[in-house]
Design a protein around this ligand. Structure first.
Ligand SMILES: NC(=O)c1ccc[n+]([C@@H]2O[C@H](COP(=O)([O-])OP(=O)(O)OC[C@H]3O[C@@H](n4cnc5c(N)ncnc54)[C@H](O)[C@@H]3O)[C@@H](O)[C@H]2O)c1
Length: 442
């Protein structure tokens, strides 16, 4: 089995490396020559736990190679995966499919013998058919099938998600294509992973439905957290109380500053657009998008409130910038709404993130960049925890307090127990949990 992976980003690189780990010959292609040069030198352009070793092992075994030469990778391939970006376009939330279509054109030109062209990128319903049309238009003589195989991996746990997924979804409409895909995923059949075959449209929609559902779940618990704050409830206990119900499930019930990342924001918006176009509006998802956007920015108000109503002239220490821990991905991270809102309100922001600083520097102006958590806290009037990296979970609170000008902590990820932080002498706020400030000890 020979595989060409077009696009060597978070999904393409992980999928390519994992397919090579299955024992297949994989060529990863990217048009970013710098990225390919780094990969050829054994450097991994993204932060993803375990990926460096996986790539190194398979590259050393000769099963995994990297190139900018798309045609050379596609010609001998049995399956070509398109894993290029589908970002939010500039016109109102549609998915920008220009990278997918241009990759499809390039792939078409290089096809040689029967090949399965698989869209792994997250693409709106109907894209697979369009890719099919593009290939046919470009190469009337090509022998191919288009398959949809959306990816469900999570950054930060991408390798185990790929190797042991909850399920694999495959939209394939010919027996020949199905056979190739069965071969590709044979190692997962062996561990009894549910592999769902469907039409192209069903597979494409399944990915959006999954992300919209998860985004809704997060938004739901965030609203319950807000209500808890008003009525004196504890959202942790509410989440546990509902999550133990098998019909609901415990995952994705962590209240926080709103979802971000490279998928949920753009995919929920794209689903809303698709649904409107087809005359079946998803009003629930429309509301989720709106509520979540407003929530991210409103997190700055929480900080101001905790700082006595204003952050003007204050030093705010921000720990964590990436949209979640264990990734360096800054796309649509809540920090990108919170930090500018604090600065507009007159704060000076000092920040640290274990892996996301390089990407963050390009997106956030005027921040004082620090080398670790404690340096960030020097002279700060408030500490805001935006991303729950493990290294922020057990800070030495006495040391933190001694470093800060004013011991104020706003924990947007609920990683501390209110009683512990207040016992250490902080003014503390978190999301949806009762905090009795009277317990503060001087
Ligand atoms: N990041 C995730 O966690 C995740 C999870 C599931 C699905 N997805 C979906 O997978 C797709 C890829 O996401 P990503 O985060 O890996 O994107 P990314 O932006 O990290 O990577 C895309 C790569 O494709 C390359 N590229 C673009 N056009 C190309 C072309 N014609 N030829 C060769 N290379 C080309 C780019 O240079 C880039 O390196 C998106 O549709 C995304 O929604 C992402």
């Amino acid at each position: 089995m020979r595989i060409a992976m077009i696009g060597t980003g978070y999904v393409g690189l992980v999928s390519g490396a994992c397919f090579s780990e299955f024992g297949y010959d994989v060529v990863c292609v990217d048009k970013d020559a710098d990225k390919i040069a780094r990969l050829n030198q054994g450097e991994i352009p993204i932060f993803e736990p375990g990926l460096e070793q996986l790539v190194a092992n398979n590259a050393a075994a000769g099963r995994l190679t990297f190139t900018t030469d798309l045609a050379a990778a596609v010609k001998p391939a049995d399956a070509v995966f398109i894993a290029v970006g589908t970002p939010r376009d500039e016109y109102g939330g549609h998915a920008d499919l220009s990278y997918v279509y241009s990759a499809a054109r390039e792939v078409a030109e290089a096809l040689d013998g029967y090949t399965v062209v698989v869209t792994k990128s997250t693409v709106p319903v109907g894209t697979g058919r369009k890719v099919e049309g593009i290939i046919r238009e470009t190469r009337a003589d090509a022998e191919f099938d288009v398959v949809s195989n959306p990816e469900f991996l999570r950054e930060g746990a991408a390798i185990s998600d790929f190797m042991r997924p909850d399920r694999v979804v495959i939209g394939a409409e010919s027996e020949r294509a199905e056979e190739v895909m069965r071969h590709v995923y044979r190692p997962l059949f062996l561990i009894e992973t549910p592999i769902l075959f469907s039409s192209l449209e069903t597979a494409e929609l399944t990915k959006y439905a999954a992300n919209a559902f998860l985004a809704t779940k997060i938004t739901f618990i965030n609203e319950m957290a807000d209500l808890c704050e008003k009525v004196g409830g504890d959202v942790h206990d509410v989440a546990r109380g509902i999550g133990l119900d098998g019909r609901i499930g415990r995952k994705f019930l962590h209240a926080g500053p709103g979802y971000g990342g490279s998928c949920f924001p753009k995919d929920t918006e794209a689903l809303v657009q698709t649904a409107k176009e087809f005359g079946a509006p998803t009003r629930l998802v429309e509301t989720v998008v709106e509520v979540n956007e407003a929530r991210k920015e409103s997190m700055a108000d929480r900080v101001m409130e905790q700082c006595g109503g204003s952050v003007d002239g204050k030093e705010i220490a921000v720990l964590g910038l990436t949209f979640k821990p264990n990734t360096d991905d800054m796309r649509a991270a809540p920090s990108l709404a919170i930090v500018p809102a604090l600065m507009r309100a007159g704060a000076r922001v000092r920040a640290f993130d274990p892996e996301g600083m390089e990407a963050a520097k390009a997106l956030l102006d005027g921040v004082v960049w620090c080398n670790d958590a404690y340096e960030t806290l020097e002279g700060a009037d408030a500490l805001v925890i935006v991303t729950e990296w493990n290294q922020f979970r057990a800070l030495d609170l006495a040391r933190v307090k001694a470093l800060m000008r004013d011991p104020v902590m706003v924990d947007l990820r609920n990683i501390y127990r209110p009683e512990d932080v207040m016992a250490a002498g902080f003014r503390y706020s978190c999301i949806g949990r009762p905090v009795r400030q009277t317990e503060i000890q001087p």
